[in-house]
Design a protein around this ligand. Structure first.
Ligand SMILES: [Ca+2]
Length: 573
């Protein structure tokens, strides 16, 4: 028997032993590590869950409906830069409202996300690591891809139990029809399918620090070698809007930068309108407000001493969040509303704008080091969450999916045919420090498992060489910046990490990753401009060329950014 056959048999045996755990009942299928913890804490957690349910039932009785949930998530902020005024003092800016909210609730010190925008947003929406549904690539115009129809979002889960649902802001979940938020469980939505980079797709930017007639050749002298007139993504959009099951419309008129800047006002205006309407209705509500924050052209005036790109945007966001906080209190619904504030990934320290820096941890957006995947996060729920808490437990953004479902009484609507990475963290939200049900995180960059965290320990898989182990182990209390990997003192962790990884990969064999949906962008809009309509179709007729443009779309790699500084965490500094 060859070594390969032997390996296959061992793998099969392990799969079978895993399946005996997961096949017990129609329970949610979590990742392997969850069952290792469940085995040890089953009785304790069951008892705690009973007590928590009694508490939730009493709240529901008191308010007449399950809690409203507001999830506010913005871009690229390192741990420490929100909710810790001392750090803001060092950097010449402040967010008084968010800092106050942190004082009145839980300031999470260990919220993990995926390392960049699209994966992080997909993970919150689906409760699954982005690798599981092909959403690990950061989307740009045209992406020709996005969240597949088969994915079940938290909006779909909460809709099942009667929540009113709204999405306002930057989705960055793709430009294909299945990714439209009104097709993914939201009753009402206005969203940008991309990140903020299209704010540079304007004439002002081409004449400014950018050079090259990439998008507006008419603004430059004639280039006689510019032959193909159709390859530019002229049909990119600022925003889309729609209601559940209804038509989807384009909003704004690119490349008009004023229209771009109006989008953020509209996200907040509609969010507050939705809160107002929902407060008066019998339904509980779920609002995902994911601010667009900013244009890469910056603001015409400055409101902070720092004046830097992100800080200017966050200071402005803070004043808008103050209005929402006041609104919740005035409407008398603050005590039945959970508000989560958080960033989607670490700072854009590689090739980003000035002012985005490492604060406590090494690395930033795109990296598997802690700086890429640990973000500021706050939970606020007056009368329910005890004020003034600083929580050191591990929580992962996918946990919000499972926890929101539990709080809404919608757990039974979480799909049972796929792995759900999120675990129920109701205990952590309601009981606070030391009540997490997670001590592990698998960190992916693109499709690669790059690192694994277990409690205070961490193992880097990326960069490890076959053969003799290297200094790839970290104690995050002793070395939070992952400056000096250890080998000899950490050898006892070697086998433990290998088992964690193997369990995780075997579960993936049993429940394989699926891809994102690949298609032409902006299909079936009600009011597409001519360039947008053109983008939604193959540029050439398949009959006229010896290749099929539709095959091209399907075969564009989902992860092309594996070069230095984007994904593997090496270089780029
Ligand atoms: Ca981001």
């Amino acid at each position: 028997m060859s070594i390969y056959h032997l390996k296959g048999r061992i793998a099969l045996a392990l799969v079978l032993s895993v399946s005996t755990v997961t096949a017990m009942a129609k329970d949610i299928i979590h990742d392997a590590e969850h069952y290792v913890l469940l085995k040890q804490y089953k009785g304790q957690w069951a008892q705690q869950d009973e007590d928590l349910q009694a508490k939730l039932d009493a709240l529901r009785e008191k308010h007449g409906k399950p809690p409203n949930i507001i999830h506010i998530m913005w871009d690229d902020t390192p741990v420490g830069e929100i909710g810790i005024p001392e750090v803001q003092k060092i950097r010449g800016w402040e967010t008084p409202t968010m800092n106050q909210i942190a004082k009145e609730g839980i300031n999470f010190m260990r919220m993990y996300t995926e390392p960049s925008c699209t994966p992080s947003r997909a993970a919150v929406m689906t409760g699954r690591h982005a690798v599981r549904n092909g959403m690990y690539n950061v989307g740009f115009p045209y992406e020709y891809g996005g969240l597949a129809a088969e994915e079940v979002t938290i909006a779909e889960v909460l809709s099942e139990v009667g929540y009113a649902t709204a999405f306002y802001g930057k989705s960055h979940l793709g430009d294909v029809e299945s990714s439209y938020l009104s097709n993914q469980g939201f009753d009402e939505a206005l969203w940008s399918p991309y990140n903020q980079v299209p704010s540079l797709y304007v004439p002002q930017a081409q004449l400014g620090f950018l050079s090259g007639a990439v998008l507006f050749p008419e603004m430059f002298g004639e280039d006689p070698y510019d032959i193909d007139k159709g390859w530019r993504p002229d049909g990119y959009v600022w925003g889309l809007e729609g209601t559940k099951g209804g038509p989807v419309r384009e909003v704004g008129n690119p490349p008009n930068h004023d229209d771009y800047m109006k989008m953020e006002d509209e996200y907040f205006r509609r969010s507050m309108d939705f809160i107002e309407r929902s407060a008066k209705s019998d339904k509980p509500f779920f609002l995902a407000l994911w601010p667009q924050l900013t244009s890469f052209l910056g603001f015409p005036d400055r409101v902070t001493a720092a004046g830097s790109f992100l800080q200017e945007a966050l200071a402005r966001m803070d004043t808008r969040i103050a209005l929402i906080k006041a609104q919740l209190e005035e409407l008398g619904i603050a005590e039945n509303t959970l508000v989560i504030l958080m960033a989607d990934n670490g700072p854009m320290v590689h090739n980003g704008p000035p002012g985005m820096v490492e604060t406590l941890y090494t690395g930033g957006k795109g990296d598997y080091t802690e700086g890429g995947v640990r973000v500021p996060a706050i939970a606020w729920w007056p009368g329910v969450i005890e004020p003034g808490q600083i929580v050191g437990d591990i929580i992962h953004e996918t946990d919000l999916f499972t926890t929101f479902a539990r709080l809404g009484g919608a757990t039974k609507h979480i799909p049972r045919d796929r792995i759900i990475d999120g675990v129920d963290q109701t205990a952590l939200i309601l009981e606070g420090d030391t009540h997490s049900r997670r001590d592990y995180v698998h960190i992916y960059t693109g499709p690669l498992l790059a690192a694994t965290v277990k409690g205070r320990y961490k193992k880097h898989w990326a960069g490890a060489k076959p053969g003799l182990s290297g200094p790839e182990f970290y104690d995050l209390f002793a070395d939070p910046r992952e400056d000096s990997g250890q080998l000899l003192p950490m050898f006892p962790a070697k086998s433990m990490f290998n088992h964690m990884k193997t369990r995780h990969l075997l579960m993936k064999e049993k429940y394989p990753d699926s891809g994102q949906n690949r298609d032409f962008p902006f299909k079936n809009l009600e009011n597409p401009r001519p360039a947008v309509h053109e983008a939604s179709q193959p540029r050439v007729d398949p009959e006229d060329v010896p290749f099929d443009p539709r095959d091209v779309i399907r075969n564009v790699p989902e992860w092309e950014n594996t070069d230095a500084g984007w994904g593997l965490g090496e270089g780029g500094d």
